[in-house]
Design a protein around this ligand. Structure first.
Ligand code: SAH
Length: 222
């Protein structure tokens, strides 16, 4: 993890600037989330030709028709999860692995599922090089969850879904929280969904968003 404390890191000032002008300025206050975004080298997760834009206020292409989410979106989704250090988290859509790093920086263990093998492999390499040892990777249909490792305290879906995939709801622990964009292919609302101690569902729409589609059994048909 030496790269994180490297005062020579030329991107360090950009990260500070990103957190102040894009994240704190828009109301994100969770100190764990702010610290994670200050520390994690986002430029390592974007293709080389976009490195100079890694800390800008928009998503970027990562190949295979997929994107790395805008920094603010990563921060807002993570804050919405109310993550704590003892949590076990399921993430659907590893993508670049940047959101995975933010989750793994805060939580005890992260299980992350990605549909595109090449993206999963690339993310795994970067995250291992950074020294993360609390991330479990799987290639496959994340709309089915990861039943062997369930239940999860928190579930984050980083692709747009037509509905809450029933397996993910089942794999959410009592008093757990799921954050997921729900809508159609053209636009969605970010939802925070809680499972009460008794297994009841409480839903809250947070704000509009636009994600790439979730594939698989409970995603959009290609
Ligand atoms: N958090 C990622 C977001 C990547 S975009 C980042 O910031 O980099 C969403 C990702 O979800 C894409 O990589 C896409 O391939 C993946 N995806 C889509 N449907 C999926 C499914 N059913 N299971 C697992 N991953 C899926």
């Amino acid at each position: 993890m030496k790269i994180w404390n490297d005062s020579e890191d030329p991107f360090r000032a950009k990260r500070e600037w990103m957190v102040e002008t894009q994240i704190r300025a828009r109301g994100v206050r969770d100190p764990r989330v702010l610290e994670a975004l200050r520390v994690i080298p986002r430029h390592l997760f974007v293709p080389p030709e976009f490195q100079d834009e890694a800390y800008e206020d928009y998503p970027l292409p990562i190949g295979y028709g997929q994107t790395i989410s805008q920094p603010y979106m990563v921060a807002a989704m993570t804050e919405a999860l109310a993550l704590e250090p003892h949590h076990r988290v399921l993430e659907i859509g590893t993508g670049s692995g940047y959101q995975t790093a933010v989750l793994a920086y805060i939580a005890r263990e992260v299980y992350t599922v990605e549909y595109v093998p090449e993206l999963s492999e690339r993310a795994r390499r970067i995250l291992q090089d950074l020294g993360f040892t609390n991330i479990h990777f799987r290639v496959g249909d994340g709309s089915l969850g990861w039943p062997e490792a369930a239940p999860f305290d928190r579930i984050l879906v980083t692709a747009a879904a037509p509905e809450v995939p029933p397996p993910l709801w089942e794999q959410l622990a009592p008093e757990g929280i799921m954050v997921i964009p729900i809508g159609d292919l053209w636009g969605q609302e970010l939802y925070r969904i809680r499972k009460t101690r008794d297994g009841e569902r409480e839903e809250e729409a947070l704000f509009p968003c636009a994600f790439v589609p979730l594939r698989g059994a409970y995603g959009f048909k290609a």
